[in-house]
Design a protein. Structure first.
Length: 83
């Protein structure tokens, strides 16, 4: 949770690029955790790294469907449709 909270704090402080590795660590440690994938995917979109964002958002969508999270599923489908 520390890395996740740190990443969020860095983003809030306008230091988005510094948050990337912290989200990546969260994703590597917990394969079924949807939220860091969503946040990192959105962050990468902001950083104009669309090619890197798409697989993360696709994986997050898979998790949203598997875990029955309807609101994130809708948001992710919309984001991916724009890619």
């Amino acid at each position: 949770m520390f890395r996740f909270s740190l990443a969020q704090a860095l983003v809030a402080d306008g230091r988005a690029a510094e948050a990337v590795p912290h989200y990546e660590i969260c994703i590597a440690k917990k394969t079924d955790w949807m939220m860091p994938r969503i946040l990192l995917g959105k962050l990468l979109l902001q950083l104009d790294r669309r090619a890197s964002a798409k697989p993360l958002l696709t994986d997050a969508l898979r998790l949203a469907v598997e875990q029955h999270h309807e609101d994130p599923e809708r948001e992710l489908r919309a984001l991916l449709a724009d890619l």
